[in-house]
Design a protein around this ligand. Structure first.
Ligand SMILES: Cc1ncc(COP(=O)(O)O)c(C=O)c1O
Length: 359
């Protein structure tokens, strides 16, 4: 029940990886089982469809922090400017921005509030003429609240403010169509709602923003026609892939391709609906035990946070763990995040176990 933390490997992926390793043991990179070009294009095809972006706007990196560092180190800001981040944000979308403080750029924090509407109103009162960059999560990692990112992106676009997204808790569990949300860039990990491998992440940079975000690293793969090593050259690759500066961890691509193809076969909207169905099922069971649940019923999120007066979140999380149920203790709440491999039977089991604790 902690899939917004990390997810287990499915048997479909295990099979694909075994085939890949078998092929690699025989022929190394000349194996026909998976090739760099085919595997990468399969991943980019699925992600570009899911996010409604061009394949050339995506790059495969390692994690969100890396992506946020690319964005943060790549933009031009000046002393006196202000960056707006999310209150109680995951460190991946805070630490990469901190270097700006020594350059005279201040960092402010937006309170997400209780509802997307309240968040938007907080945002409107928080921005000023000094705000030049906003970087927010699509869904709050501690509370599960989806942020009004489309509305915020429109305000940022109108005012010429950079808008970046940490997609970790959003991509795969809520619809994020970047043709409708005007984000200059987004970074997210593979291993949460997309059931992919640890240590693989994705960077999106909007085509029209690419010239405003300068790559800080230059490596073998940063340049056009990179497989021809000589003569050395200065021309960056055309798209966001210029940020993939050298040899990737290819087995992670194989893993990610298998998990994405599995989700695509089920249908991403079916996946989202099933996650939300499990959350609704769990919410009604927890409410039956007198627990308070967040976000409220009308808000669709794969993250549900619960609590009960008289019981600490640490106590409940510890009790569930002793009973083989993994949840997370976040900001004083018990965070549940089911995925499609979970079942209603398991929600029933959580109810049964908690009933014995919450007398
Ligand atoms: C909002 C958010 N961003 C990012 C991450 C992961 O960060 P990274 O990819 O740098 O490990 C998490 C993990 O829990 C998260 O909740």
């Amino acid at each position: 029940m902690n899939n917004c933390g990390t997810t287990p490997i499915g048997t479909h992926v295990l099979k694909r990886l075994s085939l890949y390793w078998e092929g690699y043991s025989r022929k190394g990179i000349f194996s026909e089982v998976e090739s760099f070009a085919v595997t990468k294009s399969a991943i980019l095809r699925i992600l570009s469809k899911l996010l409604d972006v061009k394949e050339s706007e995506l790059a495969l990196i390692h994690n969100t922090s890396e992506g946020m560092n690319f964005l943060s180190r790549g933009v031009d800001l000046k002393s006196g400017d202000e960056i707006l981040l999310l209150e109680d944000e995951y460190p991946s979308n805070v630490y990469p921005w901190e270097h700006w403080k020594s350059k005279g750029v201040s960092i402010e924090f937006l309170a997400s509030g209780q509802t997307p509407e309240e968040c938007l109103s907080n945002f409107q009162s928080k921005i000023s003429s000094k705000t030049k960059l906003v970087s927010l999560s699509a869904v709050h990692w501690c509370t599960g609240l989806p942020l009004p990112i489309r509305e915020i992106s429109e305000i940022c676009k109108e005012k010429g403010i950079f808008f970046f997204l940490d997609g970790a808790q959003g991509v795969g569990q809520i619809p994020i169509h970047l043709s409708e949300i005007h984000a200059d860039g987004m970074a997210f990990p593979a291993w949460k709602w997309l059931l992919g491998p640890l240590g693989l992440g994705v960077l999106y940079i909007r085509e029209s923003s690419l010239q405003k975000i300068h790559p800080i690293f230059k490596g073998t793969d940063s340049v056009r026609d990179s497989i021809n090593y000589f003569p050395y050259r200065d021309e960056w690759k055309d798209g966001t892939s210029r940020f993939e500066f050298s040899t990737p961890s290819f087995q992670d691509w194989v893993y990610f391709r298998a998990s994405l193809e599995y989700l695509e076969e089920i249908g991403f909207s079916n996946v989202r609906n099933r996650i939300h169905e499990l959350v609704d099922d769990l919410r009604s069971r927890l409410e039956d035990l007198g627990m308070n649940c967040f976000p409220g019923q009308g808000v669709r999120s794969g993250i549900l946070v619960a609590g009960k007066q008289g019981y600490s979140s640490t106590q409940i999380v510890g009790f569930l763990k002793e009973n083989g149920i993994i949840t997370a203790d976040r900001l004083g709440g018990v965070r549940f995040s089911p995925h499609i491999y979970n079942s209603s039977f398991q929600m029933e089991l959580i109810h049964k176990k908690l009933k014995s604790l919450l007398k």
